[in-house]
Write a protein that binds this ligand. Structure first.
Ligand SMILES: [Zn+2]
Length: 155
């Protein structure tokens, strides 16, 4: 990982509270409003944490009643698919920028497949959605990278 980038610093800078994992969630990470929780023992906590952070930065969690639950498998709605591919693309961009290598190749392949697979009849639409929102996605990744660095440092 890039020297000096720190997940907790990023959360603090972005005014995101790290909270205990809710017992009623069957997933790897949860974000709601400006709170983020990771399942204890998550093998890739930074990657999953950045995914959840992306939901918050992208504004997904400020929609009324929305709980973003990674790998929950509980929602197949179109908006959920769009949120997942947006957050996941941000996480991949941040991971590449930070050279966060551990486990990422697997995560990237498996999760893109997961999201596209769950896109069902509209896989092409999901890809189009990413392209149509590329600026927003790139911007969120830059915000997260910058937030985790000590002040005045850039990569
Ligand atoms: Zn998610």
């Amino acid at each position: 990982m890039i020297n000096d980038w720190d997940f907790r610093t990023a959360a603090r800078t972005l005014n995101i509270a790290l909270v205990p994992f809710p017992e009623d969630q069957d997933c790897r990470g949860v974000s709601r409003a400006r709170e983020l929780a990771l399942r204890p023992g998550e093998p890739h906590p930074v990657f999953v944490g950045v995914h959840e952070m992306a939901h918050i930065v992208l504004g997904h969690t400020t929609l009324p009643g929305v709980i973003e639950a990674k790998f929950s498998g509980k929602s197949d709605t179109r908006i959920k698919q769009e949120h997942e591919i947006e957050a996941h693309t941000v996480a991949i961009l941040v991971a590449e920028k930070l050279q966060l290598i551990d486990g990422i190749e697997w995560e990237e392949e498996a999760e893109i497949h997961y999201v596209y697979h769950n896109g069902g009849h509209n896989e092409a639409g999901i890809a189009d959605h990413v392209l149509a929102n590329a600026d927003k996605i790139r911007s969120a990744a830059q915000i997260i990278v910058a937030a985790g660095l000590p002040q005045g440092v850039s990569v």
